[in-house]
Design a protein around this ligand. Structure first.
Ligand code: DGJ
Length: 719
């Protein structure tokens, strides 16, 4: 049993394989967070004195309790806790003071299913604790859900608010994860960036006050990823206490870390208040998205490993890890909008000869889409580019011996499109305000069910009956002037949130309507690289930056929070530089391999090398999809990068070493494969050399070449 309640102490204990989480019901009323971390004997409630100057307390309990000082499972606004709150609800009286009292609990196998939102699936051992609370003034009921993933050391959290009053209440802030930790001797790791430079690793010491990691863009964004971690100062790849957090949501979010006057730390993960509000009528309920947390004493690799296992097992669609992922040849960087049937059939022919599995036709196939200024929203094939329609074109592609994939961007529209001319009211807009453009496009109002229904029909009309093996779903701008013609005034501040619900509804439709079609998500590269969208796709386009020197750190940081199985990595055009082609390949096999170059102008030598690369990749691609991943050298403040994948029985290891720009020659490095089986002998299938597991454990020595574009791979197999 992963969840226990001890009546005497009023204490809930949640255990995973290596962690323990404790909650105490104080005075039969307050839900006090008691402990989270390494497993240990029954934790005690700490924190004395309980009340400090200027901290409010209730006469009944005197200095036995102040919400301002105690650790809280769900801090609410306005009743004495002055730290950032997890929940704020405006009641029928017009004030936003809320105070929830404990009313009881349930625990059960499985989990609470969150309507309309993605959430982690359940396994046989998944258990949930549901705690019920009530606020006597607003007459709201609050349920807190804790779902325990024992083997993966993950606990997820969500909340449900029900309005039992006779009037309307408004949720003004909603953070399903509120975690108070003792002290503040931690570093905060966050992933910041922008288009083409996603997920830069930043590690800074915590400081007093609040640090916010958020997106107000309507997408989880290139700028700040919802993943973050807190680690102790000594944390490295393999050692140190690390708490990891994430949010199963693809829209605006607001995570924060606050160090208070007592020098303790509060972590909040959720929807925040800037981009979110939600009105509940009598008897209506609101379910929050799910937040995810893990703890590992084994450094960043331990924390990442917990997340990788959890995501691969419970987040990505069932079956996504089976078999081999197709090695695609994508047309974008080779052709941009300049595509037509003859050219792409020629691409397909060469792709098949080179050993690629699939041709992906990117942007430019529909409407008047000859550049990014027109056509978006008109999902019918361009008759000049595809004279006999898509069906006969796809047949020709397949006859060449490759599968077929296609690009779409359903959420967007160009002002110069038939769709916009027919339905300008279907865009996000606020009365009296000019709609801002971004990449010459506007955003469709996905909060409006009519728009979503229209898109379902439009894509059914064009795709039904066609043999499409893969869809790349893109999103190339963020949301501004967020308002909807579909809703009245009182619902306008829900539109940002409801937009994401509409996207998820369409995602579910695609998966149900085209169940055999693999989906890759993308948002100008990795602008929606999150646990929400991962429920609906096998992989995500990591970044529009395919330059390998930039890719190495992007891939490293992506792997901190997400598994390699979702990380789509392409080899882009190396020109005539075959050393660069080799290097690009060795970087790209940090994740799921693909190519993005002009196969018609590639030299015979390049095609031969690519064919060998694809063949080699297929000897170890299952390791990348399903193996455990460990960083050996992080490309953070280092001119080198090294990592390995290893399978469960440690019989196979893929070790990689990459020299970054200006790495310098002559440096001796030891690449330690700490998880190698020390009793075994391995053979490197690439060089044919043999070595013992002990040698791998102690470290393979490499001396840096210092020349441009140098990388090496070893594929060790137990003999
Ligand atoms: C942005 C994507 O990241 C690219 O790969 C490509 O699909 C373009 N959009 C097409 O417009």
């Amino acid at each position: 049993m992963a969840i226990k309640f001890s009546k005497n102490e009023g204490r809930f204990i949640l255990t995973t394989k290596d962690t323990l989480y404790a909650i105490t019901v104080l005075h039969g009323r307050y839900l006090v967070h008691t402990y989270y971390g390494k497993k240990r004997p029954a934790p005690e409630l700490k924190f004395e004195p309980c009340v400090v100057s200027f901290s409010p307390y209730k006469a009944e309990y005197g200095n036995q309790y102040s919400p301002d000082v105690f650790f809280s499972e769900c801090s609410t606004y306005g009743a004495g806790d002055f730290r950032p709150s997890a929940l704020r609800i405006k009641n029928t009286e017009g004030n936003s003071v809320t105070e929830f009292a404990y009313k009881g609990y349930k625990k059960y196998k499985g989990r609470h299913e969150i309507p309309g939102l993605p959430f982690a699936r359940v396994g046989e051992d998944t258990e949930t604790l549901e705690i019920k609370l009530e606020d006597s003034v607003s007459k709201c009921e609050l349920k807190l859900f804790y779902t325990v993933y024992y083997e993966e050391n993950v606990i997820t959290r969500s909340m449900q608010i029900t309005n039992n009053s006779k009037g309307e209440v408004k949720i003004e802030k909603c953070m399903p994860l509120c975690l108070d930790l003792e002290g503040y001797d931690y570093d905060l790791i966050k992933l910041w960036g922008g288009h083409c430079y996603e997920r830069n690793f930043e590690r800074t010491p915590l400081c007093h006050g609040t640090q916010v990691i958020s997106s107000s863009r309507g997408a989880s964004s290139h700028q700040f990823n919802p993943f973050m971690a807190l680690c102790d100062k000594k944390t490295g790849n393999d050692k140190g206490d690390v708490y990891g957090f994430n949010f199963v949501f693809s829209g605006s979010f607001e995570n924060s870390v606050h160090v208070d006057q007592m020098e303790n730390t509060r972590v909040l993960v959720g929807l925040g208040s800037e981009c979110f509000a939600y009105t509940l009528g009598p008897k209506e309920s609101f379910d929050s998205p799910e937040a995810v947390m893990t703890y590992s004493p084994d450094g960043l690799n331990g924390m990442s490993g917990n997340f990788h296992k959890f995501i691969n097992k419970y987040i990505v669609p069932e079956g996504a890890l089976e078999g081999h992922r197709p090695v695609v040849l994508n047309t974008w960087e080779a052709c941009y909008f300049n595509i037509d049937e003859e050219k792409l059939v020629a691409f397909a022919k060469e792709a098949a000869k080179t050993g690629f599995d699939m041709l992906v036709m990117d942007d430019g196939w529909f409407g008047k889409r000859n550049n990014d200024k027109a056509g978006l929203g008109d999902w019918t094939p361009n008759p000049e580019k595809f004279k006999n329609g898509l069906g006969s074109f796809i047949k020709r592609v397949k006859a060449e011996g490759v599968q077929f994939g296609i690009w779409i961007e359903p959420e967007m529209v160009n002002p110069d499109s038939d769709l916009f001319r027919a339905h300008p009211e279907w865009c996000l807009r606020c009365p009296g305000r000019e709609m801002s453009l971004s990449r010459d496009q506007l955003v469709l109002d996905m909060s409006n069910p009519r728009v979503v229904e229209y898109l379902k029909k439009a894509f059914t009309d064009v795709f039904e009956g066609l043999e499409i093996d893969y869809i790349k779903w893109d999103m190339n701008r963020h949301l501004s002037e967020v308002g909807s013609a579909h809703y009245g005034k009182e619902k306008q501040d829900e539109v940002m949130y409801r937009y994401v619900l509409g996207v998820y509804e369409l995602c579910r439709f695609f998966r149900e309507k085209f169940p055999k079609t693999m989906i890759e998500h993308c948002s100008g590269g990795g602008g929606r690289y999150d646990l929400g969208i991962m429920q609906y796709c096998s992989q995500i386009w990591t970044s529009d930056n395919t330059y390998p020197y930039s890719r190495t750190p992007i891939q490293y940081s992506s792997l901190l929070g997400y598994p390699a199985s979702v990380m789509s990595c392409h080899v882009s055009n190396p020109g005539t530089n075959m050393k660069s082609l080799d290097y690009r390949f060795k970087v790209a096999v940090g994740g799921v391999l693909g190519y993005e170059l002009n196969i018609l102008t590639a030299t015979e030598e390049a095609k031969k090398i690519m064919a060998e690369q694809v063949k080699l990749y297929k000897t170890f691609d299952r390791l990348i999809l399903t193996g455990e991943h460990y960083t050996v050298i992080a490309p953070v403040d280092s001119r080198f990068e090294s990592h390995y994948f290893i399978n469960e029985d440690r019989s196979e290891i893929l070790l990689s070493y990459v020299e970054r720009k200006n790495a310098g020659a002559g440096k001796i490095l030891k690449l330690r494969v700490r998880n190698a089986d020390k009793t075994a002998v391995y053979e490197d299938r690439i060089s044919g050399e043999k070595c013992t597991g002990k040698e791998l454990f102690d470290g393979i020595e490499v001396i840096s070449e210092g020349e441009a574009d140098y990388a090496r791979l070893w594929h060790f197999v137990k003999i």
